[in-house]
Ligand binder design. Structure first.
Ligand code: CP
Length: 328
């Protein structure tokens, strides 16, 4: 994959070499992300950070990552504060905003919208989540986290067993992560969800074609040898109405009691966040907060490293970090 000037729209663009390239640059970002060193490699560059759907982690970590590389951030949040609310097309918005920015990160509620926007953009566009379709930077940070967590247990992605649980139909993070994991060898997938919220057939077909072992189930039992349990939230914003979402809320919980009964003692616990902490949902209970295998905040931290790496690669400055570095 040639990164310089590329849009990052889908995990379909990545092969194993491209993934390892991103992870290697992410590793190099650690001293800058942890404020041990400073770099001005993107001095003068501007990120257009366009979030037309709610976000905490993705939006702020894109901005933080760009700032840590020395660049500046201009932000639009919410449809209502954009001229899109007056009927402006994504193409026109892209043509205009891409002359104000060197790179654009964007989230939008409609599947395919970020790719549509990229057609009008004159600068690289990074998909921060498009509807129930994809969330490629989340998938990269999830995979980066999985590799690191498994390494502590002398395990690797090839041959691992991952349980994905919850809303696998609308959860775009599990779609993108599954596609990346399909590139590895002999991964075992246990996909736990209500029947109506099953993993879409196109993703199941990708896993099947790649020769992975996939179990689709509505029961949380049978996961005792899982290396990773990846919990997800019921994506209420993708349902026709709240009542439809309510019937699935709270059905597939993970708490200390369930974890202890159904998972081995070192199973890594992941969740893309936000977790729905309301009593009727509570898919990942606070009683797991002190469990050392809870990797959810390490995932969020890794998001900064991955997004720094993607900015450096797409803007073609990954080899210049040291040149513009100073000690703190
Ligand atoms: N994981 C994730 O996309 O979180 P936000 O919705 O807060 O960006």
């Amino acid at each position: 994959m040639h990164f310089t000037g590329a849009n990052i729209l889908s995990v379909n663009q990545f092969d194993l070499d491209a993934i390892q390239k991103v992870f290697s640059i992410a590793d190099q970002m650690q001293p800058y992300a942890h404020r041990k060193k400073r770099t001005r490699v993107l001095d003068g560059a501007i990120l257009g950070n366009l979030f037309f759907e709610p976000s905490t982690r993705t939006r702020v970590s894109f901005g933080t990552a760009f700032n840590l590389l020395g660049g500046e951030v201009r932000e639009t949040t919410g449809m209502e504060s954009s001229a899109i609310a007056k009927g402006e097309s994504l193409y026109d918005t892209a043509r205009v905003l891409s002359s104000y920015s060197d790179i654009i990160a964007m989230r939008h509620p409609k599947a395919g919208s970020v790719a549509e926007f990229a057609e009008g953009s004159r600068v690289p566009v990074i998909n921060g989540g498009d509807g129930a379709n994809e969330h490629p930077t989340q998938a990269l940070l999830d995979l980066y986290t999985i590799q690191k967590e498994l390494l502590h247990h002398q395990l690797q992605v090839d041959g691992m067993h991952i349980c994905m649980m919850g809303d696998l139909k609308y959860g775009r993070t599990v779609h993108s992560l599954s596609k990346l994991l399909a590139l590895y060898k002999n991964v075992r997938f246990t996909l736990i969800s209500p029947r109506e919220l099953r993993m879409p057939d196109d993703i199941l077909s990708i896993l099947d074609t790649a020769g992975h072992r996939v179990t689709v189930t509505e029961a949380i039992e049978g996961s005792l040898d899982a290396d990773i349990v990846y919990q997800t939230r019921i994506q209420q914003e993708r349902f026709a109405n709240l009542q439809d979402a309510d019937q699935y809320r709270g059905k597939f919980r993970l708490n200390h009691e369930i974890y202890t009964k159904h998972y081995k003692p070192n199973t890594v616990i992941m969740h893309p966040l936000p977790r729905d902490s309301r009593a009727e949902a509570n898919e990942l209970d606070n009683d797991l907060n002190q469990n050392p295998n809870l990797a959810i905040f390490r995932q969020a931290d890794n998001g900064v490293l991955i997004r720094m790496a993607l900015f450096a690669l797409t803007l073609g400055v990954d080899h210049l970090l040291e040149k513009y570095a100073t000690d703190v």
